[in-house]
Design a protein around this ligand. Structure first.
Ligand SMILES: Cc1ncc(COP(=O)(O)O)c(C=O)c1O
Length: 359
């Protein structure tokens, strides 16, 4: 987070003006995000989930949407809120992203879109996804909740698809406490989304369509504006720590990493290892328990995967072996930009000591 002193002038302005929402800092934050992300149209909203619900509504999507099960709950819940059936497809176990080669056979007459997540910031196989989408006349939405700053073949991931969403909750590489973005290609769609976040009302109490109360507030926008100013430098440090992790853990039997294609750039919302029990000598759950016992704060994502959750039971009709495998075998290690290098070393030496195959 930026220093409190960096926020004070703008906070004072908000207190003095009494304009807490729908005012100048939200617009300024939108412009700064568009600039940072090289994005055409950016609409700031109250959460990533709200961004997705509004995009689905404003694109008038219906029927079925194909998505990975290895993603956050709100991708499925946003679809369900909009009366759309989630159709889960499996992931590529190397990238942890939706496997584009498995999309075609999930398409039916009812399919209206593909919703693909850039998991942990790792860009999806965009060209392949968009080829299938074009062939079948489907919309493409990217869940870029983790991917603020990621790039596909040298271009911002926000240059692709019909729309993308961002989340700014505190676990992300940039936070506004709570908040999100809808990033869209079409200018007219962005105008509709601006109304949509305001209940579909163009400030004359004459709702044009069914919207949500999903505005971002000025305090969050200020936090976002000041965080953006230091983001490049924070991402650089984050990447340095990831490099250290990879170097320290290279060659540990049974430990491998999420694959990021060499011409892509991931912001590494998380640095995640895959633990193969046969080669490492311990199961993922055992390794996790031991790391937590030593106060090393690790997480398991997305576990259980969506097709195993109660809210999606009705839609879990197919086997997703790669999703099951990855969600049961990965651990996200601690990673934050001000993390001391010696902490990375401690995490890695602990993992090496816990291996039953290294002597
Ligand atoms: C992949 C992914 N998609 C969507 C969201 C939803 O964002 P929000 O919590 O801002 O609604 C999250 C939140 O963590 C996420 O991780």
């Amino acid at each position: 987070m930026p220093k409190l002193s960096a926020l004070q002038k703008k906070l004072k302005h908000v207190f003095k003006s009494g304009m807490l929402t729908n005012a100048k800092y939200v617009s300024e934050f939108e412009r700064s995000c568009a600039d940072f992300l090289d994005a055409e149209n950016v609409v700031a909203v109250a959460s990533g989930t709200a961004a997705l619900i509004l995009i689905l509504k404003c694109l008038n999507l219906k029927g079925e949407v194909i998505l990975p099960s290895f993603t956050f709950t709100s991708d499925a819940s946003a679809l369900l809120w909009c009366g759309i059936t989630p159709i889960f497809a499996d992931i590529d176990p190397k990238t942890f992203n939706l496997d584009p080669d498995l999309i075609q056979k999930k398409i039916t007459k009812k399919t209206s879109a593909i919703l693909a997540t850039h998991v942990f910031g790792n860009p999806c196989e965009i060209e392949k996804i968009e080829t299938v989408a074009r062939k079948n006349n489907l919309k493409v939405i990217y869940d870029a909740a983790h991917a603020f700053g990621s790039a596909y073949k040298g271009r911002s991931v926000f240059r692709f698809g019909d729309a993308s969403i961002v989340s700014f909750t505190p676990t992300k590489v940039i936070t506004t406490a709570e908040g999100g973005l809808a990033v869209v290609k079409d200018k007219n769609l962005s105008r509709i989304l601006q109304l949509g976040r305001n209940n579909g009302d163009s400030f004359n109490r004459e709702e044009e369509f069914l919207g949500l109360t999903a505005r971002l507030n000025e305090f969050s926008a200020i936090l976002g504006i000041e965080s953006l100013k230091i983001l490049k430098q924070r991402l650089k440090r984050r990447l340095k720590l990831v490099k250290m992790y990879k170097k320290e853990l290279a060659g540990v039997p049974g430990i491998s990493f999420q694959a990021v294609a060499p011409d892509n750039f991931s912001v590494y919302k998380d640095f995640t290892i895959l633990a193969d029990e046969n080669k490492f000598g311990r199961s993922r759950d055992d390794l996790l328990k031991e790391l937590l016992k030593r106060k090393i704060e690790c997480k398991t994502y997305f576990y259980p995967a969506l097709h195993k959750k109660k809210i999606c039971q009705e839609y879990s009709d197919s086997l997703l072996p790669q999703t099951d495998y990855i969600s049961a075998h990965i651990i996200s290690l601690p990673l934050y930009s001000h993390m001391p290098e010696k902490y990375v070393k401690r995490v890695c030496s602990t993992i090496k000591k816990l291996s039953k195959k290294l002597t």
